[in-house]
Design a protein around this ligand. Sequence first.
Ligand code: BES
Ligand code: ZN
Length: 459
Amino acid sequence: MFRRKSIITVLAASMILSSGVVYAQTNGAPNAQSDTAFDNKVIKKINVENMYHTIKYLSAVPREAGTEGEVRGVEYIESQFKSLGLETKRIPFPIYDYKTNRELAKVDGVDLNGHAFSGSGSGNVTAEIVNVGKALAGTVPDNVAGKIALVERGDITFVEKVKNVVAKGAVGVLMYNSGPNGNNFGQANGEIPAVAITQEQGKALVDKLKNGPVTATLDVKIEKIEKTSYVVEAKLKPNKNKDTGQIVTIGAHHDSVHLGPGANDDASGVSAVLELARIFVNTPIDTEVRFLTFGSEERGMVGSSYYVVQLPKSDINRMVAHFQMDMIGGAEAGENHPLGGLIMYTIDGQKNLVTDLGASAGSRMYDVALPYGQLGRSDHQPFHDVGIPSALFIHSPVEPQYHQPTDTIEHISKEKLQQAASIVGASAYQIARPDTPALDRAHVAPATVNYDFENRPVD
Ligand code: BES
Ligand code: ZN
């Protein structure tokens, strides 16, 4: 299955791609009128009051991943999809919290008041210390076997450092800071106890070791608590007689930060996903459209990563575009930029099919060729990672309420919701609408526009 790249450079009146799919002229006005007619099939039906109602319901309770608040949100989303007759699935996946119950590090009987790394292994070990420097791959000495590795922070991740000393048989890690800023600096997964100490303490140990063996005791008890988070997937299948075999995905994340109402982040995106689902259900299409809401985005895109990894390869090969909406209603976002600061971010900072379609739609509807920029930080990342053209639609710079208890419905702009949903809806429809009769088995690309890269600060 082919994957569409940027269509902005297509200049011929029409051209046949290697796949045999025909793109009509994309650089001029001739299509503009019909594109607008197609746009209207979607955007005229958007009811921003529905979106507002969704945000109101979802933001009434925090939706942190793994909490009852998430489940309440998921149940709502699921019931909406089901009421539209969509093939709806709740996909559970595990997430982990770590609770530190003991984090003792003692040298020669003196407590160092260290901090266990979150994700450290549990255990009680007493052994000699071996200085292994920064524990870079290939530099860890063999004599650390059965001993506690004294590691300096820096250059590689904590996780890699722990892995490198574990590979040599170390039974514990004492890691000292690379600067004067304390001893509580992070996350390191591993099976052995790993405790962070200050730079001063670490340097003193390095010196002490020059005079003879030093023995330490590490006693760490970390409780791993498993919780469940969800992805909600709703499939809209195309007309059986007109099926391109392609899939377009439209997504948002339904989780919020701890105790956050998350009205804009990202109940706003979910509201657009639901509203577009409502409209597409009654619109003939030749492409499968999947409506997705992800849990645990705020933990590092855990839900979207899980979703993409569990997909059959044959599905991934059929996916031609992922539209991610995150924070699309912030009244105070975007400063004085056009269209309230709406921008499309890609992971690699390159244009793709999604940004081409978004820029064109913005230009047709609002006379603004949406700019694009480079940013991750949302669920378009895992889709990009497997080669699916993807972009994040967001207003930038973000509003002052971002990740605050004040991210409430009062700061939501209906106009911004309407604009973002219209642009994404019309763009997705350009792919999903059935072929025009004039061009058999063809996708008529929208008239493309010039649109610019912007290096706009996001927060
Ligand atoms: N909606 C934000 C993403 C965002 C925030 C993009 C501000 C641009 C500006 C998202 O929900 C978020 O907060 N993501 C996390 C990702 C992290 C957990 C990997 C972030 O950016 O801190
Ligand atoms: Zn978000």
